[in-house]
Design a protein around this ligand. Sequence first.
Ligand code: ATP
Length: 345
Amino acid sequence: MTRVVLKDLTRHFGNVVAVDHINLEIESGEMVAFLGPSGCGKTTTLRMITGLLLPTSGDVLFDGKSMLTVPTEKREAVMVFQKHLLFPTMTVGQNVGFGLRMRGEKKANIEARVKEMLELVQLPGFETRKAHELSGGQQQRIALARALIIKPRVLLLDEPLANLDANLRLDMRELIRNIQQEMGITSIFVTHDQEEAVMLADRVALMFEGVLQQYDTSRAFYDRPRTAEIARFFRNDNFLEGVKRGNQVETCLGTLSIPNNDGQPDGPVLVTVRPENVELGVSGNGNCVEATVQNNVYMGTHTQLLLNVADNQWHAQGPADYQVQPGDTVSIHLPESHIWLLPRE
Ligand code: ATP
């Protein structure tokens, strides 16, 4: 079990600042996702943790000890890549046992551990198959078994599911999460898919352009995003300008009551309510405003609505059989408990 700390971690490539003074702490046994759009510095951060890349400045600490002078092979941080990178001519057993052979372990011990690992990744009895004969999903499982057999201090996964089709992805997500929890291994994985990050990770580190934006539980990114940009990344672009005074916000649509715990000082703010929390067809109570329907799309399980709310485009969800036409006026309720305030951009 290893606690990982990144301290002011920075990496430049010429004029490009790929990673910019990142500070974060990953507890022993925790699973953290590095999330962000393409090019935001996720892989570069991962590579600095493994030692494949040195930082321009800052530090990587395992259990309080700086890793800067510790070479990759001694860090015991193994990386599973997007492309499986198995040795194609070796058998599955030889691939999985590779790390233990390099350590000079006894043959009988290696065989027993390989068997154990193949059971763990749900491919028992695959020892004698050739790596190149396996499907993509099977290869990814073998890559995971090969990484885990040496009982690494830290497991690093670089978009491990990117090459798999949708159903396999779901299976692999579950498998990775179960194994990670069973082994209690400190793990970091890279993804640009927010759903994947939320499903797999205890905490998510969201990065934009090399800068850590928010490091928090999955829930917090939905309920308490720090900025409108972060809210947008988590598919919420419902915003309304207002001015906060105490427990109220003045907007052009009237005064809204807000919860106590929004964290914003009095003054200009953006009011937001996630699409799934906007209540349709409720009028008369406090926090009700008028909206015009711009568009409605039947989604099978629900109806997705695009609304005009005081010249802002808002999304909301109605029941699957919701009867509404573009141009209709609907009253929407913004429940106080679901209102969140953001700084104006
Ligand atoms: P993706 O999701 O597309 O893999 P990422 O978030 O992992 O992206 P990085 O691969 O870490 O991003 O790249 C961060 C920035 O650093 C990018 O602008 C990239 O072009 C640049 N970069 C990464 N590696 C190098 C390199 N070896 N030489 C020069 N620039 C690099």
